[in-house]
Design a protein around this ligand. Structure first.
Ligand SMILES: C[S@@+](CC[C@H](N)C(=O)[O-])C[C@H]1O[C@@H](n2cnc3c(N)ncnc32)[C@H](O)[C@@H]1O
Length: 346
């Protein structure tokens, strides 16, 4: 597919970090063209530009821009020009609240998706819906604005390992009112991103560094995992109640991660989590030391990037994690992340 434009979607507030990241990696090759909240298109300056699979960790979805469409007929005309063969249709909102896309937004988008599906099929576009996603599957991205009057934005991208399979990187999960913290949603979105939400985690053990007040631990206990949590802070009382009702184990070690006695740690850790609110240069060596001792099969790390200077070092931190974490290592900024990115390994 040849187009002189690319598109990216991101979380609200990450537009500046995304722009700086792309400017520093593709200076002279990509320049911002059009911008709306959580959405930026880029003009490709050089005809020989070969984009990497993912333009930036701050872009949840990126791909080839096919332009704005005022009608579904216009969208169908564009879609006819796609490479022959089946495509997957992703219709999703541009504006995404950090606590998850609400049901009423999907209620607005789902009938539109049905209509687009019908029109595309009538136009002879083959739509793929079978699972699982395969390397190289083409995805047609339809990004829907806040109001019905806003034109639809059309793009496409090729699917590869580590990319989101939920349209827009937006699994249909919202933050429940009765969980201890927002980390519940970050954890559930991380599992959905990697497809780990489909695994049976019952009876497995997680080591949760920076576990208080307990949103992520709560999600893991709900999934039947046993959890060893490490934090100097207090846990929400609902954690012990849930562990009891689910007949799973929860243990709280009230200490700093850097002071953990490694020899006392269990050796059967399936999942290592870290959500400690310290800058990566401080916390990553601690996580490495713990991972070297426990050799967890999978990792979910929330890497805090609370300043522009830390945001600009995201690649460096991810590369550092690759040196000691189980492969493959992928990074993305989840819809529920704030000034942080999620790195999953294993
Ligand atoms: C963003 S909160 C974690 C939220 C938690 N994951 C949840 O699910 O609710 C960050 C936590 O890191 C903890 N923390 C800060 N420094 C730490 C350290 N050196 N070792 C362990 N925990 C630490 C804080 O006490 C705080 O509870």
């Amino acid at each position: 597919m040849n187009s002189p434009f690319r598109f990216t979607t991101c979380r609200a507030g990450s537009e500046a970090a995304l722009k700086r990241d792309i400017a520093s990696h593709f200076a002279g090759e990509l320049v911002p063209a059009f911008m709306k909240p959580q959405f930026i298109t880029w003009k490709v300056r050089r005809s020989d530009f070969v984009p990497p699979r993912t333009l930036s960790h701050f872009a949840r979805v990126s791909g080839i821009s096919l332009g704005l469409c005022k009608t579904i007929a216009e969208l169908t005309d564009h879609a006819r020009k796609l490479p022959s063969g089946p495509v997957r249709l992703h219709v999703f909102p541009r504006d995404t609240p950090e606590d998850g896309v609400h049901a009423d937004t999907w209620q607005r988008i789902d009938p539109l998706e049905t209509e687009i599906t019908r029109e595309l099929q009538q136009a002879g576009v083959q739509l793929e819906t079978r699972l699982p996603y395969a390397h190289g599957d083409w995805i047609l991205d339809v990004i829907v604005g806040e109001t019905d009057g806003e034109p639809l934005f059309l793009g496409c991208h090729e699917h590869h390992a580590g990319m989101h399979t939920h349209p827009g990187g937006l699994p249909r999960i919202t933050l429940p009112e009765d969980v201890p913290s927002r980390a519940w949603l970050k954890l559930e979105q991380a599992l959905a991103w990697r497809g780990w939400d489909q695994m049976d985690l019952r009876g497995q053990t997680a080591l949760d560094l920076g576990c208080a007040p307990g949103g992520a631990t709560y999600a893991l206990l709900q999934r039947g995992m046993n959890v060893l949590g490490v934090d100097t802070g207090d846990m929400d009382p609902r954690i012990l109640e849930l562990a009891k009702s689910k007949a799973v184990r929860f243990e709280h070690w009230r200490t700093a991660a850097g002071r953990l006695n490694l020899t006392a740690l269990p050796r059967d850790i399936d999942l290592l989590l870290c959500d400690i609110n310290l800058a990566p240069p401080e916390v990553l060596p601690q996580v490495r030391r713990i991972q070297d001792a426990v050799q967890a099969r999978r990792l979910i790390l929330t890497v805090k990037l609370n300043t522009p200077a830390l945001e600009d070092r995201a690649h460096e931190f991810i590369e550092a994690i690759r040196e000691w974490a189980p492969a493959p290592v992928f990074a993305t900024q989840l819809a529920a992340n704030r000034r942080e990115i999620c790195v999953c390994a294993g």
